[in-house]
Design a protein around this ligand. Structure first.
Ligand code: GLU
Length: 421
């Protein structure tokens, strides 16, 4: 659950990384605060004729390495603190992957499941009307995040085109293919994590067949289940916001995906195909080799970290493990592949989409997969080596790796720069 102090918590990782490299204190000072966060109240007409308003934000955290990049989340618990924290993580994620971007994020405080499709479209368009002057293909480029998808990105791209009077597909990524979206963006977040695990399998001492538990069954959770199951791994437990299921023999992934497509919880499959009841709170404690948090922030904290049995955690969600839980897991010998590396496949294919939009030349899905895999393996290996060399966690290594790139760019701008002021 988002709570006050989320950014303060996130900055603990920055301070920790700074102790492992020699860094100008000005760099840390610059990276401690969001450059700009704009808050608006969006007013839309509901289907019954009434008007309703929603709080919304867009944060451009840091643009030292390029235009800010990051998704837009629709969630009832979103706050300014959460948006800034997610934008801070995007800053480091883009630097980890060496993408020519800074970090940004947006949100609307809304439960989109309670809106009709027409209301959702009006809200998405209202967001772009409010932030049209802040975003732009060379300024700030949104994308999907929790509870937003390609359909919403399509409406947003259309609204932006109407405002500026021409099609500008590179203003937003994660669009439908028909509007200039990229092949391979749909499963990119999970696929990046999957390539990373496969690449480091030997270093991590992984079994041929892994038992996997997945917390959260949205875009990332469903795709990682499908990719791992296709390789013969067993998905032994899955949860979503309404419940959970388990099966020691392995869950039927297709059945779970069908349930979600029909608007039902994974818990709706209990009793079919050997799927058994599991309390969602117990998911992290399930006996497995790989735990994949793919839901929201702070799901593994000091209260439940001690119950985690997995020796490998793949963070497909942003910020799912608190700093206190990091320490508990480290003491138990678990390795965490951290969010800013593990889930960076999403923004990497967003970058490919932006490149294709700007050059007007589109790549095949095999080209997308090949390029994603190359970058995941290159940056994953570099970070793994930093972790071994400095005897630090993979998370700290990822921050050190990114911080070096950020520091270099901050320095290169010069002391009089608008960008580094
Ligand atoms: N929302 C995704 C993330 O947190 C993707 C961002 C993007 O594609 O720009 O990484």
């Amino acid at each position: 659950m988002p709570e006050d102090g989320l950014l303060d918590h996130a900055l603990v990782r920055l301070d920790e990384a700074a102790t492992h490299i020699s860094i100008d204190p000005d760099v840390i000072e610059k990276l401690k605060y969001a450059r700009e966060t704009t808050k608006v109240r969006l007013m839309i007409r509901m289907d019954d004729g009434s008007r309703k308003s929603f709080l919304a934000w867009r944060c451009r955290y840091d643009d030292t390495r390029g235009p800010t990049k990051g998704g837009i989340r629709f969630h009832p618990n979103s706050t300014a603190d959460e948006v800034e924290t997610l934008a801070f993580w995007m800053t480091f994620k883009c630097a980890v992957m060496n993408l020519p971007y800074g970090g940004g994020k947006g949100a609307v405080q809304v439960d989109p499941r309670k809106l009709s499709k027409a209301e959702l479209e009006r809200l998405s368009r209202a967001y772009i009307q409010a932030f049209a002057r802040i975003i732009g293909p060379d300024r700030d480029i949104p994308a999907p995040d929790v509870y937003t998808n390609s359909m919403i990105m399509g409406w947003m791209a259309d609204e932006y085109a109407q405002i500026v009077g021409e099609a500008v597909p590179a203003v937003i990524t994660g669009k439908p293919i028909a509007l200039g979206g990229s092949l391979g963006r749909g499963d990119a977040t999970a696929r990046g994590g999957y390539y990373l695990v496969r690449h480091l399998a030997e270093d991590l001492g992984l079994h041929q067949i892994m038992r996997v538990a997945i917390q959260g069954f949205g875009n990332a959770g469903q795709h990682i289940a499908r990719l791992l199951a296709a390789d013969g791994h067993k998905i032994v437990a899955v949860s979503d916001s309404e419940g959970a299921v388990r099966s020691d023999a392995g869950l039927h992934v297709d059945m779970l995906i069908d349930a979600k497509a029909a608007g039902r919880s994974v818990a709706g499959t209990i009793g079919q195909g050997g799927h058994e009841f599991l309390s969602a709170d117990d998911l992290v404690a399930v006996d497995c080799d790989l735990l994949v948090p793919a839901a929201l922030e702070n799901m593994i904290d000091e209260k439940n970290a001690g119950s985690v049995k997995a020796k490998l955690v793949l963070e497909l969600a942003n910020g799912p493990v608190t700093p206190e839980a990091d320490d508990i897991l480290a003491r138990s010998g678990a390795v965490i592949l951290p969010d800013i590396l593990a889930n960076a496949g999403g923004v990497t294919v967003s970058y490919f989409e932006w490149v294709q939009n700007r050059q007007g030349f589109y790549w095949t899905v095999d080209e997308i997969h090949g390029r994603l895999r190359t970058i995941m393996e290159r940056e994953g290996r570099a970070i793994w080596n930093v972790a071994k060399e400095k005897k630090v966690s993979v998370r700290t290594a990822a921050y050190v790796h990114a911080l070096g790139r950020l520091a270099e760019a901050i320095e290169a701008h010069g002391t009089q720069s608008f960008f580094t002021s």
